[in-house]
Design a binder for this molecule. Structure first.
Ligand code: ATR
Length: 279
């Protein structure tokens, strides 16, 4: 049976095995899928062993997405742009790196939640790996403007520079998060939280006017979606967590590996029930 894993550290709470086992059952594809905690210095050794023992594919989560990027022998365009890999497909000695996070995000936002990106003004909070992974597919969906706000302004600037080269300077902007927090600025149609804030207990220091009347999307999900709950309390029109993104990026990985696109509604609904309401 073909063997797949999700690796990360920590990995205990990963929902990926459940998602992929549901996809396998639904599509009739025989495969095994496990979660494996890899020690921080052991990524290269793990990958070598997994490849030589006939493993077919890996999902990669924190903190190994850049290691995976560096280990791939071939890179899909979106992985190159994101500088990070969340999916490896293995065929013999060929290890191809993909990034399915951005596609998963856009599909969840537009298809599950019905938000149409064309001509909209978008604010992304955060300029780390999670932000970088969604910018290219987001810009491809033709929003009027995307602004990246970050605590460390230089990181937001660097992302702007990188993606403006392909998409034009007039469509991308960046701002210091503390400046934005003070000024409030104009309202946005969509506010996306890509910061790791939800992973800690630190509070969000933004004016409520920023999300009041906006569609808010938190890339964290479940308990960690503190931004989604905060935005809901501040009067966001709609506020959702990133559970759907998790399921959609998994479906995209499954399609890369098995050549068949699973449907995502059943597993999304069952995980939703388990995790509780989104806000
Ligand atoms: P990920 O891969 O999950 O994006 P990351 O690359 O470490 O993780 O990026 C974390 C993001 O959350 C960054 O944009 C970070 O801001 P900095 O570039 O200034 O580090 C942001 N972040 C983390 N903690 C934050 C906090 N307390 N307030 C505001 N932004 C925060």
């Amino acid at each position: 049976m073909d063997r797949y894993c999700v690796i990360g550290n920590p990995i205990e709470h990963s929902l990926s095995p459940q998602i992929h086992q549901e996809f396998a059952a639904q599509t009739g594809e025989p495969l095994s899928y496990e979660k494996v905690k890899v020690e921080l210095t052991d990524f290269a050794a793990f990958l070598k062993n997994f490849v030589s023992s006939g493993g077919k594919g890996l999902n990669i989560t924190v903190p190994f997405k850049i290691d995976a990027f560096n280990s791939a022998t071939h890179l899909h365009e979106l992985a190159s742009m994101a500088n990070a890999v969340n999916t490896l497909a293995i065929e013999g000695t060929n290890i191809t790196g993909f990034n399915t996070d951005g596609i998963g995000f856009v599909r969840d936002l537009t298809q599950r939640h019905g938000f149409q990106l064309a001509s909209k003004r978008v604010l992304i909070l955060g300029a780390g790996g999670a932000s970088r992974g969604i910018i290219e597919p987001l810009l491809d969906a033709n929003p009027a403007q995307v602004t990246i706000a970050n605590r460390t302004f230089a990181n937001a600037q660097a992302l702007c520079e990188l993606f403006s080269g392909r998409h034009g300077y007039e469509r991308l902007g960046c701002v210091d998060l503390s400046v934005l927090a003070e000024s409030g600025g104009e309202p946005y149609d969509l506010v996306v939280n890509s910061t790791s804030l939800g992973l800690s207990s630190e509070s969000i220091l933004l004016p409520s006017t920023l999300v009041n009347g906006s569609f808010c999307y938190d890339m964290s999900y479940g308990d960690k979606a503190a931004f989604a709950r905060w935005a809901n309390a501040q009067g966001a029109t709609t506020s959702v967590d990133g559970l759907g993104m998790l399921v959609e990026q998994a479906a995209e990985s499954f399609n890369i590996w098995r050549g068949v696109m699973p449907s995502t509604d059943k597993i999304y609904q069952s995980l939703r029930k388990r995790l509780g309401a989104q806000v």
